[in-house]
Structures are given as structure tokens and as C-alpha cells.
Design a protein around this ligand. Structure first.
Ligand code: ATP
Length: 354
């Protein structure tokens, strides 16, 4: 089976060709991803600029992926692809609309079905597929989202989630405040390695958590009593930036680890998978791995190219949905910028006993 995936919820204009059982991959699945990333000149992701980038970049990445598909089809004589999968939401509406338009056009051009994929469920499923785990709890930690999911009776249930901003957005707002270029996550990771832990507010309420307080406290800590301005601040009386970065990591990732552990405990699951761009952070992976080891659970984090936004995960989940007959007619394929993972009827895996 050959599936074209198209992703474009925010910064990544991405297309991928996913093939199952290719002749030259010894039975392994094969995925080839083309991504053109939007990089803001200053500040964070601006929805209008992100949409402009999407409009410019999607035709090129799709054309490249279609070119790969044509080559494969010429070699094996099968159709160019069997279906087109696209990220239907959640994400920025103007970006999603461009991706959906492209997906509809390609599906019509090649006369194949369309598959509308929930982006957050794709973050989860790529980890489940690559780990080989059966029914893991999943922590999705990305820019705009943070939640813990568990499968029960035909749906991924939200066991816990952020009460305000996403994990990555909190980190990015802090780094914008101190004048670092977007995205802030990798820079915080780098600086935290040289820092001493600075305490910040730790907010877990039952299974939910909040990041806006920790983000504000981090800004205040670097500003110091004098309330210094953002930017390079050699003369600031605030806490050293490296220490605040370390505090941010320990606090935010501690909260995510605590709720993930409670989810494992409450569900009785013994497998945890990680999804989302913040999941690329080695300290977060280390904390989750250690927690799982201590309770005898297994932990899996996919490679970075499958953690950050990418069309590979859209194509991979699209393949499962297509095989389950879960396609969508063009007239019903409207995007949903607030598409929650628990709205998705999971058609591609067996039902658990109730
Ligand atoms: P969503 O999946 O919610 O649409 P998104 O569009 O923001 O998320 P992702 O690629 O999943 O895209 O995540 C991007 C986020 O990951 C950014 O906030 C970025 O700062 C953060 N990030 C990237 N690398 C790291 C890292 N090493 N440590 C911490 N955060 C990171």
C-alpha cells in the first residue's frame, strides 16, 4: 500500500510517501518525508505569515512526494498511491485550509480516496506503531498542546491535559521575552545543561496541569527586582538565564512526568509512548524513562523526525484508516481547527473489553 500524507497545522509544510511492504525494505515499512519549515523573522508563529508560508511551500513538498510515488509506481506497476491523508486539525485554520485544499486536489487528480487525520492522534499512533506496544498511555507534549491519552472502548480518552497553554508555547513565550529566536525549546535545552535549578511554580491539579504561572515566574526571575527589559542582560539583577532554563525544564517536565505516572497507575498500563515536538528534549525523555523503569513499565520515544510535526505520521495513520475503510468524501472534508483527539472514533484497532 502506498499513501501520500500532507501535514500543515502550523510551522511544518510537509508531505510524505508511506509504503508498506516495499520490495527493497525486507518487509519493513518505508516512509520518506519532505518538510519546509516556517521560521519567523522575529517573535513567535504569526498565523498570517504561517499561512503564507504554507501556501508557498505545500505545492513544492507535495510535488516532490508525488514524484517519489511516481518513481515507485513505475518500478512496481502498482497505482501511484492508494489514498491521500491530510491533517484535518487541530491547528491554525488558515494553514489547515491550504493543506485540505491541496489534499482534495491531489485526491481528485489521482482519483483516490481522501483520509482526514487528527494531528494529535497521529502524534500518538506513530509512537505506538514504531514501538510495537499494544495499548500504551501516550504523553503528547507539543507546541500548542499537552495531554495524556489512554485508549478505552473505541476512543483515545483525554486522561489529563493543560488547563492553559501548550508545553512548547510556554517555553517559547519565555524565550521570546529574553530575545531568543523561535523556537525556544532547543535553546532552553542547551542552556539548562549549564544551569543550576531555580524553583518555579509547580501546578498539577489532579490529572491536569498548568504552564502559564511557571512561564510568568520564569520571566520575572530573569528580569529581577529591577524588572529589567528583555534581551541580552549582562547587568540584570535577575536569576541567571541558564538557571531559569534548568528550572523550567525540571518544573514543566516534572509535571508531565507526574501525570504520566498517575495515568499508568490508574489505567494499569505498563507502556508509555511520547509524542510531539517538545518530546525531542533529552531531559524529558530521561525523566519519563527513569519513571517507567522504576515502576517496571516500558517507555518509547520515536526518532526526532517523527516527534516534531511531520507528514510521515499523517501518512502512517492515514494508511491504517484507509485499510479500515475510514475515508471521507470531499464534500464532508472540512477542517476542524479545534479537533480534539477524543472526538475521533478509532476505526483501525480492535475494541478493548468493556
Ligand atoms: P502541535 O503538535 O501542537 O501542532 P506544534 O505545531 O507547535 O505542535 P511541534 O513540532 O509538535 O509543533 O512542537 C514544536 C514545539 O516543540 C515548539 O514549541 C518548540 O520550542 C518545541 N521544541 C522543539 N525542540 C525542543 C527541545 N529540544 N526541547 C523542548 N522543546 C522543544
Amino acid at each position: 500500500m502506498r499513501i501520500l500524507g500532507i501535514e500543515g497545522t502550523a510551522w511544518a509544510a510537509s508531505a510524505a510517501l508511506y509504503e508498506t511492504e516495499t520490495p527493497d525494505s525486507a518487509g519493513d515499512d518505508h516512509v520518506r518525508i519532505e518538510t519546509d519549515a516556517y521560521q519567523p523573522d522575529s517573535g513567535g508563529i504569526h498565523p498570517r505569515e504561517a499561512a503564507e508560508h504554507m501556501g508557498e511551500a505545500i505545492p513544492q513538498v507535495v510535488e516532490t512526494a508525488v514524484g517519489h510515488a511516481r518513481e515507485r509506481a513505475a518500478a512496481d506497476g502498482d497505482p501511484v498511491f492508494d489514498a491521500v491523508a491530510f491533517s484535518r486539525g487541530p491547528g491554525l485554520g488558515p494553514c489547515l485550509r491550504i493543506v485540505a485544499t491541496a489534499a482534495r486536489a491531489v485526491a481528485q487528480r489521482f482519483d483516490v480516496p481522501l483520509v482526514g487525520v487528527n494531528h494529535m492522534v497521529a502524534h500518538l499512533e506513530v509512537g505506538r506503531q514504531r514501538s510495537g506496544f499494544d495499548s500504551p498511555v501516550c504523553l503528547n507534549a507539543s507546541g500548542a498542546n499537552a495531554h495524556v491519552l489512554g485508549y478505552r472502548n473505541g476512543r483515545y480518552r483525554v486522561l489529563g491535559e493543560t488547563m492553559d497553554t501548550g508545553a512548547g508555547n510556554a517555553i517559547d513565550k519565555f524565550t521570546r521575552h529574553i530575545g531568543w529566536q523561535h523556537p525556544g525549546g532547543p535553546k532552553v535545552e542547551q542552556h539548562a545543561r549549564d544551569g543550576d535549578y531555580h524553583p518555579l511554580p509547580y501546578v498539577v491539579k489532579g490529572m491536569d496541569f498548568s504552564f502559564s504561572g511557571v512561564m510568568s515566574a520564569a520571566k520575572q526571575a530573569v528580569d529581577g527586582a529591577s524588572g529589567g527589559s528583555a534581551g541580552e542582560r549582562g547587568e540584570s539583577d535577575g536569576v541567571p538565564v541558564d538557571d531559569v532554563c534548568r528550572g523550567l525544564e525540571e518544573t514543566i517536565f516534572g509535571m508531565l512526568t507526574e501525570v504520566s505516572e498517575r495515568a499508568l497507575s490508574l489505567t494499569g498500563a505498563d507502556e508509555l509512548v511520547l509524542g510531539g515536538g517538545v518530546g525531542q528534549n533529552e531531559r524529558l525523555q530521561g525523566m519519563l524513562g527513569e519513571m517507567c523503569e522504576q515502576r517496571g513499565a516500558q517507555f518509547y520515544a520515536p526518532e526526532n523526525r517523527f516527534l516534531r510535526d511531520n507528514a510521515g505520521m499523517i501518512a502512517m495513520l492515514g494508511a491504517k484508516m484507509y485499510a479500515a475503510g475510514d475515508t471521507v468524501a470531499i464534500e464532508d472534508s472540512a477542517i476542524d481547527s479545534n479537533f480534539r483527539p477524543d472526538e475521533v472514533a478509532v476505526t483501525w484497532r480492535g475494541r478493548d473489553p468493556v
